[in-house]
Design a protein around this ligand. Structure first.
Ligand SMILES: Cc1ncc(COP(=O)(O)O)c(C=O)c1O
Length: 397
């Protein structure tokens, strides 16, 4: 039997590669994994225990509608950030991933123009691939998406949606400037385009000043904000949310119902209980302390061990450092023929992080999922592998 072409597109997206490691000795900088020691297991266990042993048997029943107390808490969290929103504008989803997939299903028909950053989050490309858009890729600069190229594309093509990760972008770690956030909304208004603002890493700022959401500049209901508990609590609870106006929300909710009927009541109520009994901001501060330290270890190791021709950044938050080799080198080839077999280290080569699949000389390094020792050893081995690779390539040229 032939499966639909949709499966080919998604299965070949590269998302699965990120979770692949050779064996337990492999040092992986590939996954976007949080540090398991930071999961508040005890507190979550207590919260889940409390709700499941409560007198309310409905806890395990179909809920029929989205759980209000958690939406109220999220509305209040977003209000504290400066976004005037209501619980009725918040949809709870199974991770930010489901939000991206639902939005793509709602907004995009096959062939419709969809703008993504180059590079971008591989899982978003997987979700978008399934609806078969025409991708337009806009380079990401140190201060966010390149607006000149963006405007050129908007001027010459029909585009329905722009997908951006303005805070600690996955994979580059960059933050979009305030000026660009404002200009982006203006362009979206002028060219009648929706913006999807993915804030999966927004709460993870380790230094510098937090910037306003793009959605705060939105006066025409064009920006759908997507949030996630994966990086601030745990990805295993599969809980995210989106913020949009009630009309779009009801369409997205209908699509969600067709996909999973509803999210797990147990998880929604358990997380709500966790938030009532614990201080999420204090937990996030602890995450900041640990990840700031890990990022500094990785950055210092890169300074110590990288050959001069290799460039890397020092982001103010998020999960990733971005590595750039000179143009002529291929990170996929380096990973498969040097880094993994000889040094037992993995990373994500840039190819699958670009919708165009044509940028080969860059890579994403995750610093949150490894221990200090692994970070130092892994970067040392990466440096040795790169020196070897760059030298052999130069000789063979
Ligand atoms: C930018 C970005 N958006 C969305 C997601 C998906 O998050 P969730 O685990 O909430 O589905 C990820 C996961 O790594 C991500 O990096």
């Amino acid at each position: 039997m032939n499966f639909s072409s949709r499966t080919d597109l998604t299965i070949n997206s590269g998302l699965n590669d990120i979770f692949k490691t050779r064996d337990s000795e492999t040092i992986s900088f590939a996954g976007g994994l949080p540090d398991t020691d930071l999961f508040p297991r005890q507190e979550l266990a207590e919260a889940l225990q409390k709700v499941i042993t409560s007198d309310n048997p409905q806890i395990l029943q179909y809920a029929g509608k989205q759980f209000l107390p958690l939406r109220e808490k999220l509305a209040s969290k977003m209000q504290k950030e400066g976004l005037l929103t209501q619980p009725s504008e918040i949809l709870l989803t199974q991770g930010a991933q489901q939000a991206l997939s639902l939005i793509a299903q709602l907004l995009i028909d096959p062939g419709d123009g969809l703008i993504v950053e180059g590079p971008t989050y591989v899982g978003a490309l997987a979700a978008f691939d399934a609806v078969e858009p025409s991708f337009y890729e806009i380079p990401v600069e140190n201060d966010g998406i390149n607006l000149t190229v963006l405007e050129h594309v908007l001027k010459h093509h029909e585009v329905k949606m722009i997908y951006t990760i303005p805070d600690f972008q996955n994979p580059t770690g960059t933050v979009m400037s305030v000026a660009k956030r404002k200009a982006l909304v203006k362009l979206a208004n002028r060219y009648d385009v929706m913006i999807v603002e993915d804030g999966a890493y927004r709460d993870l700022r380790y230094s510098g000043t937090q910037l306003p959401l793009i959605k705060q500049f939105d006066t025409q209901n064009r920006v759908i904000y997507v949030g996630s508990f994966s990086k601030i609590l745990a990805p295993g609870i599969r809980l995210g949310w989106l913020v949009t106006n009630t009309k779009i929300l009801s369409d997205l909710n209908a699509l969600k119902n067709s996909c999973d009927i509803e999210s797990s009541s147990l998880i929604l109520q358990g997380v709500n209980q966790y938030l009532e009994d614990n201080d999420l901001n204090q937990h996030i501060s602890e995450i900041h302390r640990v990840y700031r330290h890990k990022k500094e270890i990785m950055h210092q190791a890169l300074i110590n061990y990288m050959p001069d021709s290799v460039k890397f950044n020092n982001p103010e938050g998020g999960f990733f450092i971005w590595l750039q080799l000179p143009n002529e080198y291929d990170m996929n080839q380096f990973l498969n023929s040097y880094l993994l077999p000889k040094q037992n280290v993995t990373l994500v080569p840039s190819k699958n992080l670009f919708a165009s699949k044509n940028i080969l000389n860059q890579a994403r390094l995750n610093f949150t999922g490894s221990t200090d020792q692994q970070i130092n050893d892994g970067i040392k081995r990466l440096g040795a592998g790169l020196k070897d690779y760059l030298m052999k390539k130069t000789v063979s040229c």
